[in-house]
Design a binder for this molecule. Structure first.
Ligand code: HEM
Length: 536
């Protein structure tokens, strides 16, 4: 039967299905355009509709897509520019498909931190992970399942995150990773011993930190040992922004797409061969959560490659920048060397060579200038953000209405670069600001305004591992080596910086530093090593 009739008292509507289909078919272009225009108008109206209790809406110069273009071009620095111009503690940006609320003061950030249910991280993290990981339909369903709502703790994202935090909290599980990382750093630094090495600094740290982190986490069968997997991962990491927005990665972003495919293949094989059973507790629990929800080895491998973004994409640029800031300032370099030499113990080998041993525990507890140097590096070079999704309409600080569905960005560099919190020397690189007496006016003003690892319930789970690796890596590098830039007549010229993706927390340099790294004058024959196992 091809037609049906809908009869009401004075009204009869007769539809002939065949005719209806023919008519629609003939006019499908017009029908499609009408639907697209109506949807766009609907979005426009939604996006620009403003309730007076909502934060102020900052309209872009190019309607609707202006902010999206700038976020793609400048990452979270776009939010800093607007924050500086409008001076508002919170504002809204219209973008295609919705609105982004940007929070810019420590006080409001602390209110966001207090509402992890209504303003949550997992729903938005799941979308990004899903988009980057190219999962099967079933894998995608697992990642996107129950990221919010009353039973959210049964969903993959929230459940796995609880265990990630547990395995990376101070204790034996974390120590197993940091110990392996430290021994790997010792080996890498030993390769520089006794000769001058010409290197690209970022590239060198990518390999050294990349191998040490992944050996620590994935164990003896670490897929990164295959250069194809390692190179594939970095090609993926370099192309995240494009991969996030492209509808067809193989066409518009072939390098990133084939790179991640190589990395995926290595990790899929690792899980097929149960390599994770010899790895850290971190990889074991990540495998367990995905496998017990039915994910295939390939999907688990893909999820792991995306996790490595979190593991490496910020530690590597941070150590790059810290090295740059230290060597360009001879006084800072001398002070750091003095501080570290006080905690290093000297031993002589049978062949007469000298070994200086630095305990990780002392780097953490007894090298305040070194920690302050990493912190000041963060303050200058944090580009990134913490993202949130408003899961239920809520009012922030009893003042700002946030509608369900709003995306929220917390760009930490806005507060890191505000003179209101850091004083008139805000633009100077001065680690000593972090050594100020906590009761001083200076320290009080900066309280709450330093969030390199984000905050609240989603505070970076890897911060202890990252700090241990960066303190160890920087200490060994500066104690053992002198460095001279090959170009610019040996001067340390700022290499330029950009937030490479909206998902990264730390700037990448615009150009790598090409350096001659030679044995430290006066200590040419000496070795510097970490001892991660001493308890005190
Ligand atoms: C310099 C190094 C690092 C920086 C600057 C950094 C920064 C961040 C930031 C800003 C966040 C978001 C926090 C928020 O939304 O409030 C985050 C989350 C996270 N980071 Fe890191 N991170 C670093 C290293 C690491 C490492 C080495 C790991 C793993 C070993 C890691 C694992 C994570 C995880 C799992 C989360 C999500 C936490 C959650 O949602 O509960 N990070 N990180």
């Amino acid at each position: 039967m091809n037609s049906f009739t809908l009869g009401l008292d004075n009204f009869e509507l007769s539809l002939d299905r065949t005719k209806l289909w023919d008519t629609l078919h003939e006019h499908r272009a017009i029908v499609s355009i009408t639907i697209v225009v109506l949807l766009a108008l609907y979005r426009l109206l939604f996006v620009y509709t403003q309730d007076e209790r909502e934060p102020k809406l900052i309209k872009p110069r190019i309607p609707l897509i202006g902010h999206a273009i700038n976020v793609y071009r400048f990452g979270s620095r776009h939010f800093v520019g607007i924050a500086k111009k409008c001076g508002l503690p919170i504002y809204l940006l219209p973008v295609p498909g919705g609105r982004i609320a940007i929070v810019t003061t420590p006080e409001l950030l602390s209110h966001v931190d207090k509402q992890p249910k209504a303003i949550a991280f997992a729903p938005i993290a799941a979308l990004v992970i899903d988009k980057l990981s190219g999962l099967s339909k079933a894998g995608s369903k697992t990642v996107l399942d129950r990221t919010m709502g009353p039973d959210k703790m049964d969903g993959y994202m929230n459940a796995v995150m609880v265990d990630i935090h547990a395995t990376l909290a101070p204790g034996p599980k974390l120590e197993a990773v940091t110990t392996q990382v430290a021994y790997n750093l010792n080996d890498s630094m030993a390769e520089l011993h006794g000769e001058t090495t010409r290197m690209n600094l970022l590239y060198w740290f990518r390999h050294v930190f990349g191998m040490s982190s992944t050996n620590g986490i994935y164990g003896p069968e670490n897929p990164f040992k295959d250069p194809k997997v390692e190179a594939g991962f970095w090609a993926f990491d370099d192309n995240i922004s494009d991969l996030l927005i492209t509808p067809k990665a193989s066409l518009t972003c072939p390098t990133g797409d084939s790179g991640r495919a190589n990395a995926w293949a290595g990790f899929a094989k690792y899980f097929e061969n149960s390599g994770h059973l010899k790895g850290s507790e971190l990889v074991k629990i990540r495998h367990r959560h995905a496998a017990e929800r039915g994910c295939s080895d390939l999907d688990i491998g893909k999820l792991e490659v995306t996790m490595i973004i979190g593991i490496l994409t910020n530690t590597v640029p941070t150590i790059f920048w810290a090295t740059y800031y230290v060597y360009r300032d001879a006084d800072l370099l001398a002070s750091l060397r003095e501080e570290i030499s006080k905690i290093a113990t000297l031993a002589k080998k049978a062949d007469g060579s000298r070994i200086w041993t630095i305990k990780n525990v002392d780097l953490k507890n007894s090298a305040p200038l070194l920690t302050a140097t990493i912190n000041e590096t963060f303050r200058h070079r944090t580009c990134g953000i913490s993202s949130r999704f408003v899961t239920e309409t809520t009012t922030l600080k009893d003042q700002y209405l946030l509608k369900k569905g709003t995306i929220m960005e917390l760009p930490n560099n806005v507060i890191h670069s505000n003179p209101e919190y850091w004083g008139p020397t805000v633009n100077e690189f001065n680690p000593k600001r972090f050594l100020a007496d906590p009761r001083s006016a200076e320290a009080k003003a900066a309280r709450g305004a330093f969030r390199p690892f984000g905050g609240g319930a989603s505070l970076c789970a890897g911060r202890h591992q990252a700090m241990s690796q960066m303190l160890g890596g920087l200490a060994l590098f500066i104690m053992g080596n002198d460095c001279t830039p090959v170009h610019n007549r040996g001067e340390w010229k700022f290499p330029g910086a950009h937030g490479h993706t909206i998902a990264a927390a730390v700037d990448l340099p615009s150009t790598d530093l090409w350096l001659d790294v030679s044995p430290r004058k006066g200590y040419e024959a000496d070795f510097w090593v970490l001892n991660p196992e001493a308890r005190e």
